[in-house]
Design a protein around this ligand. Structure first.
Ligand SMILES: Cc1cc2nc3c(=O)[nH]c(=O)nc-3n(C[C@H](O)[C@H](O)[C@H](O)COP(=O)(O)O)c2cc1C
Ligand SMILES: O=C(O)C(=O)c1ccccc1
Length: 377
């Protein structure tokens, strides 16, 4: 029964130093990366006994679509660096699993090919960065709609890419032959004036395939008022904001008609020193006031972590790096193994706490260390 940590070790032995560092590390001192994992431990599980749990169901609904499990896949860039099948393998594994995969804008497989591996029992959402060059974003959205993606996930924690020291040391770039497959040409996301300057100086491809320079293509002038009405003018797909950590921003997401938010600190890769993702969850759930779906990612490494996030109010739990570890270790089979292991561990946690369905997993199933047990428990 290999667990996530076993796949992590295998992945490290399969990957180049630069690829491993890109996937595994976070920004600056990596405090938030470590804290994401550590913070789960303060939420202790509280079992109830003799509840009759011979049948366990993890079925749920995401944006109205049935999913067999709340375990879903976070968007992560450049998956072919982990395995030649990259996003195709991840997609096939998730489709067997009947849940949801979010595809990164910076995938190394075209968005149309990724969804082709799916089936009607699985959901695909497309993750977006909005560019200064807005027609490029509009075209990506149009393609995602035509292909059958069911939602857009706008990442809002990346007006710039975090300071990733290991990537800088490694001069990290996407290694050939892999390409950012959603872009027909590598210069497309530049603004018109940058494009003209590049053309005058001759192409410097390597320059803007670094993740830092890609991230810096994001439109830093975005505001609530400028981006949501614009998105709505180009698409009718539900909009989910990824990277919400505060109650106030959750309330704004409701006001601006978002269908959901993903509580996330980008796996400790953006603002270092920010609170652990799991510690922000209850606050965001409060801000959402039941008006939109609240999802979670960050630091989930075992089924009990999934259980904790569900108990704190997440509707679904997205997995980031462990999927990359499975992919690097053994392609599609590796991703399947990761999903199955986390699913089995979640079901074990449900059986042992006396929860037969996801609706039974409530705040009373947890006890936060250091706090008195509230009287209603
Ligand atoms: C290698 C890597 C690439 C990522 N690329 C993206 C991306 O393109 N878009 C995005 O919104 N988030 C991206 N993320 C963040 C993940 O979606 C997710 O928030 C994070 O990995 C969750 O934490 P975990 O890895 O601890 O599970 C990336 C994360 C990693 C590790
Ligand atoms: O690496 C990341 O976390 C990420 O989101 C990103 C940003 C810019 C380019 C590629 C990936």
């Amino acid at each position: 029964m290999p667990v996530v940590g076993d796949y992590e070790r295998l992945a490290q032995s399969h990957l180049s130093r630069a690829a491993w560092d890109y996937y595994a590390t976070g920004s600056n001192d990596m405090e938030s990366l470590r804290d994401n994992l550590r913070a789960f431990r303060k939420y202790l599980l509280r079992p109830r006994i003799l509840k009759g749990i011979s049948r366990i169901s993890t079925e749920t609904h995401l944006l109205g679509y049935r999913a067999q499990s709340p375990l879903c896949i976070s968007p992560s860039a450049m998956q072919r660096m982990a395995h030649p099948d990259g996003e195709l393998a991840t997609s096939r594994a998730m489709a067997q699993f009947h849940s949801c995969m979010v595809l990164s804008t910076y995938s190394t497989t075209a968005l149309e090919e990724v969804i082709d591996q799916g089936n009607p029992h699985s959901s695909y959402w497309f993750q977006l960065y909005l560019y200064q060059n807005r027609p490029v974003s509009a075209e990506l959205i149009r393609r995602a709609e035509v292909a059958g993606y069911r939602a857009l996930v706008l990442t809002v924690d990346t007006p710039m890419v975090g300071r990733r020291l290991a990537d800088a040391r490694n001069h990290f770039k996407l290694p050939p032959p892999w390409r950012l497959a959603n872009f027909p040409d590598d210069f497309q996301i530049l603004t018109a004036s940058e494009r003209a300057a590049r053309e005058a100086n001759g192409p410097q491809l390597a320059d803007h395939l670094s993740n830092e320079s890609l991230g810096n293509r994001s439109d830093t002038s975005l505001t609530w008022q400028s981006c949501l009405p614009w998105l709505r003018s180009v698409t009718r797909l539900p909009i989910i904001l990824k990277g919400v950590l505060t109650r106030a921003d959750a309330a704004l997401a409701v006001q601006h008609g978002c269908a959901g938010v993903i509580v996330s600190n980008h796996g400790g890769r953006q603002l270092d020193g920010v609170q652990a993702s799991i510690d922000a969850l209850a606050e965001v759930v409060k801000g959402a006031q039941g008006q939109l779906e609240v999802y979670f990612d960050g630091g989930v490494r075992c089924g009990a972590d999934v259980f904790r996030a569900l108990a704190l109010g997440a509707r679904a739990v997205f997995i980031g790096r462990p999927v990359l570890w499975g992919l690097a270790a053994n392609g599609q089979k590796g991703v399947e193994a990761i999903l199955h292991e986390l699913q089995s561990e979640l079901e074990d946690a449900m059986r042992l706490t006396g929860c037969a369905t996801l609706t039974d997993i409530q705040a009373q199933c947890l006890y936060r260390t250091g706090y008195p047990i509230p009287s209603q428990l």
